[in-house]
Design a protein around this ligand. Structure first.
Ligand code: ADP
Length: 562
């Protein structure tokens, strides 16, 4: 809507009687004030207002048409020029052309928002006949002739105002929609940026993690060993931070979809408890886990995300507890006809103030956020845990008293798996069960020289023979010439990326095991790899243990020479 429209509201009169046009003009246009206008204005607003010559009606631009067809052309032209009429006074009988109803039908075809007053001296159409023909609408009123001047003034004031307010509302809604779309685009751009940054950070991290995991295996004096442990732990923290930021942006962009896979829940819990106890337990804080016997072993859900949530809650429990225990109570049962897992993580730590509790699931919130804060952290852990639980269809709640510890409780649907054959889930293999892979030939497809070196070193340490392809094109050629037990495929490479290379390998009906080894770790990236025909997905940074687990998963014992 332009300024002109806000200043001057346009009204069209469609009537075959010239005297009517004159009447409307005298009622509605103040500068052409005459007796009729004075009378109507006085009736509308009272004598005193009239005497003070205050503006009585908004300024109208009054236009005349003497036949329905002509009125229609003028309304159509006004729409095309973007100077629409706010309202029309339409006579019922206008021989020889269209009558009022036919005219209105045509008017609303080109301008459905036009407010119409139909002026009828005859009762040739009843209200029910009119609504039957024109439909039920709030854009139409009937003015019976002979009309009262003040009625005309009131109708014009009220209907033009209504038309104006409606246009304003539509414009505001359009602006809001545009703002919503641009905010959505900004979120997508931000999420893309975070994904790219995560890739850029993970790639060199892969080199560091790999190098440290290799070098720390030598027989170093204790002091050096400690330094390696520090580097390793810093890398782990950095990976967690990068992972959290990536998860958060994926959740925001609604791109994170929990998987539905069969997994061994008991195994997940025992391995997690082992890792958490090793990492956090000391003489002062103990880790306890009570597992209800009803909790099934094999379930269907997203084991990585469940593990992530549990690790976060347990990690927080230890972080904010200096004495006592972090205890888990895990039960299984039905809720709203779903089989659900319920987990309570209770600690004996510092607790949380009531006023903070309402906010701790909000992003970047830390109960103690001042410059003097004692505990590190990004304030994203609980936000992600809360959103992941929601995405998995459950709910996370918290109860806490400052000084008496905190209790985090969540449930998620986790149906029991029916078909329970043991599978090659890498999480379920302990280190001492690894097969040896002497003389197994692996193709590593990787363009980054540091990563080539690191992964090749790890593979050699595991006993494999490694060939390297600098890009997808070379890899496609190499797999046609040589039988490989497994291909480790980077995704982003010059000349031909890993996705295209995999597609071509599969097109040639080669069933070699292909595992993505990539710093692109979003759900979409993973899906793209599987869609192209890859068998598994190993996110960077990778260390020897994870590489070994992946080999075990795909090669099992069948290539073990013993
Ligand atoms: P952070 O990375 O800061 O730990 P979280 O999202 O995991 O972020 O937690 C948000 C805030 O909630 C923390 O900064 C802390 O103040 C509070 N909090 C979380 N868990 C506990 C707990 N078990 N005991 C006390 N406070 C907690």
């Amino acid at each position: 809507m332009n300024d002109k429209e806000t200043e001057v509201l346009r009204i069209i009169t469609i009537d075959d009687n010239p005297a009517i046009h004159k009447d409307y003009r005298s009622i509605l246009i103040p500068k052409e004030k005459d007796d009729a206008f004075e009378a109507s204005a006085a009736a509308l607003f009272g004598e005193s207002e009239l005497e003070s010559s205050a503006p009585l009606l908004p300024p109208f631009d009054l236009v005349s048409a003497y036949q329905g067809q002509k009125g229609y052309e003028m309304v159509k032209a006004a729409i095309e020029e973007n100077r629409p009429f706010a309202m029309a006074f339409v006579d019922m009988r206008m021989p020889p052309g269209w009558d009022g109803l036919e005219t209105i039908e045509h008017l609303w075809q080109v301008d459905p928002d036009l407010q119409v007053v139909i002026c009828s001296a005859y009762s040739d159409y009843s209200w029910s006949k009119i609504t039957k023909r024109l439909g039920h609408t709030d854009n139409l009123l009937i003015l019976k002739k002979p009309f009262d001047n003040s009625e005309v003034a009131q109708l014009a004031a009220a209907l033009t105002k209504k038309w104006y307010m409606r246009r304003q509302t539509v414009m505001i809604m359009k602006n809001l929609e545009a703002a919503r779309i641009s905010a959505e685009m900004a979120t997508i751009a931000k999420s893309q940026f975070v994904t790219t940054m995560s890739h850029e950070i993970r790639t060199p991290l892969n080199g560091i993690v790999g190098a440290v995991s290799m070098i720390s295996e030598f027989n170093w004096p204790n002091e050096q060993k400690e330094y390696f442990e520090i580097i390793q732990s810093c890398c782990d923290s950095l990976c967690d931070v990068v992972g959290n930021i990536l998860d958060f942006s994926q959740i925001e962009a609604q791109k994170l979809i929990p998987s539905q896979e069969r997994f061994d829940l008991h195994n997940l819990l025992s391995s997690l408890m082992r890792v958490m106890a090793m990492e956090y337990e000391d003489n002062h804080v103990h880790l306890r886990c009570d597992l209800d016997p009803a909790v099934p072993e094999w379930v269907i859900g997203d084991h990585r995300r469940l593990r992530q949530v549990l690790a976060n809650l347990i990690g927080n429990g230890f972080k904010y507890t200096s004495k006592g225990e972090v205890g888990l109570d895990i039960t299984y049962g039905n809720r709203n006809e779903q089989q659900v897992l319920t987990v309570t993580v209770r600690d004996t730590g510092i607790g949380i103030e009531q006023k903070q509790i309402a906010h701790i699931f909000e992003e970047f919130v830390q109960a103690d956020a001042g410059f003097t804060r004692v505990y590190g952290g990004s304030g994203l852990g609980l936000t992600i845990a809360n959103r992941l639980i929601k995405l998995m269809g459950g709910e996370l709640t918290v109860q806490s008293q400052p000084g008496s510890g905190s209790t985090f409780n969540f449930w998620i649907p986790l149906p029991q798996a029916q078909d329970v054959k043991p599978d090659r889930n890498i999480e379920q293999i302990s280190e001492d069960q690894f097969a040896s892979y002497d003389n197994v030939r692996i193709l590593l497809v990787e363009d980054n020289h540091i990563n080539q070196k690191m992964v090749a070193h790890m593979l050699t340490a595991i006993g494999c023979q490694t060939d390297i392809a600098e890009n997808g094109q070379i890899a496609v050629d190499m797999v046609t010439r040589q039988n490989y037990a497994l291909v480790l495929m980077d995704c982003q490479m010059p000349i031909m990326d890993g996705i295209e290379a995999t597609r071509r390998i599969r097109q040639s009906e080669n069933n070699v095991n292909i595992v993505a080894l990539t710093a692109n770790t979003t759900h979409e990236d993973k899906q793209r790899c599987f869609d192209a025909g890859m068998d598994d997905f190993l996110p960077k940074p990778v260390n020897k243990l994870r590489l070994q687990k992946t080999l075990q998963r795909w090669l099992g014992d069948k290539v073990n020479p013993e």
